[in-house]
Design a protein around this ligand. Structure first.
Ligand SMILES: NC(=O)c1ccc[n+]([C@@H]2O[C@H](COP(=O)([O-])OP(=O)(O)OC[C@H]3O[C@@H](n4cnc5c(N)ncnc54)[C@H](O)[C@@H]3O)[C@@H](O)[C@H]2O)c1
Length: 329
């Protein structure tokens, strides 16, 4: 079968797919003009990859497509309505990256609060020549209030670390109440306004949807404590980035830890990159060697299952499955 593979997919998985199928791998190309890509797209039955924007325009050029297998849990790059309209299956890779992303989010909490990257530079620059004064002190993490916006799989894993490892009080805001998290981590459900006003750390880990786009802007930053540390591990567009810059510049909040940006890769002149109280990562939440491999493997299973007429384990648009089973491909 003809497969279009798009960055990012791990090499052993790509090689295994190539052994079974007719696969072309694309990276760093303009997907609206590259002739090889467009030619392959016109024949492909399956797409596997991470960063490809799949919308109606692209689907118009893919008449044979039956499945799009995303190598990530977030699928804001896929227009699910457009895929479903054409009876094309869409899959993602939930679960296997949960602990890895939660570790990273906690890394951002610790490194912003304890100013680890900033002080690392200080030591390596040879500036540590005398006993330190309070201008270099950090903020405690343990026994503080952690506010989690989006208490899903990753939100729960962050709460687990915070509750059991750091004796933190957990507040959360989510679309629905999560009584499991309340029982397991003594978490308290509250409105977004209450969470913003009370949390010492505000951690955003929702999917990017119409409802969550720009959900945190200047008004929300102004509601936070002046000592609050804001962590974004979700997607860059869940916040208004210029408002975050303003909030940090005017002292509305203390610091921020960011794995995601409005534009990725981040522009070198982005003001956030000049701020010592901002810890940045290159959208690397799930990117450990182990987890990236597992994600590619799971995405390949989803792809194979779909192409072979079996229900993929991580199907997003089950309406397509129902339609296929009623009418056939
Ligand atoms: N930084 C990274 O590298 C990285 C890696 C993996 C996932 N993510 C992001 O994390 C997201 C969450 O992943 P997950 O596996 O925990 O997903 P999940 O579906 O298990 O959890 C998402 C939670 O967000 C809540 N939510 C959705 N819309 C909301 C809203 N408007 N207001 C409040 N809460 C809302 C849902 O109720 C759910 O509890 C992904 O969609 C992705 O965007 C980032």
């Amino acid at each position: 079968m003809k497969i279009l593979a798009y960055e990012r997919i791990e090499k052993p998985v790509l090689d295994a797919l190539k052994a079974k199928h007719d696969v072309r791998f694309f990276k760093n190309i303009d997907t609206s003009t590259d002739p090889d890509f467009l030619n392959w797209l016109s024949k492909a039955e399956g797409i596997i990859g991470l960063d490809l924007t799949v919308n109606s325009e692209l689907l118009d050029k893919a008449p044979n497509l039956r499945i799009v297998s995303n190598v990530s849990v977030g699928y804001n790059n896929l227009d699910i309505a457009a895929l479903s309209k054409r009876n094309i299956l869409a899959t993602n890779t939930p679960g296997i990256l949960t602990d890895t992303v939660a570790d990273m989010a906690f890394g951002l909490i610790l490194s912003t609060a304890r100013r680890i990257p900033e002080l690392d530079h200080y030591v390596k620059a040879g500036s540590w020549t005398e006993s330190l004064t309070e201008e270099y002190y950090g903020t405690d993490v343990h026994h503080k209030k952690l506010g989690i916006i989006g208490m899903g799989r990753i939100g729960n894993a962050i709460a687990k670390r915070a509750h059991h490892g750091f004796d933190m009080d957990i507040l959360y805001h989510s679309r629905t109440r999560k009584t499991d998290a309340e029982e397991a981590f003594n978490a308290t459900y509250c409105s977004l306004n209450e969470l913003l006003a009370k949390a010492d750390f505000v951690c955003l880990i929702t999917p990017l949807t119409k409802e969550t786009t720009e959900m945190i802007g200047l008004k929300e930053f102004q509601q936070m404590k002046k000592s609050a540390i804001f962590i974004n591990a979700s997607r860059g567009k869940t916040i208004v980035e210029k408002d975050l810059i303003e909030a940090l510049q005017s002292g509305e909040i203390l610091a921020a830890g960011l794995d995601v940006f409005e534009q990725e890769p981040v522009e070198p002149n982005n003001k956030l990159l000049q701020m010592p109280n901002v810890v940045t990562l290159p959208h690397i939440g799930s990117s450990t060697r182990e987890t990236e491999l597992k994600m590619s493997e799971l995405a390949a299973v989803n792809l194979e299952e779909g192409l072979n007429g079996r229900k993929p384990p991580n199907l997003i648009n089950s309406v397509v499955w129902d339609a296929i089973n009623q009418n056939g491909y």
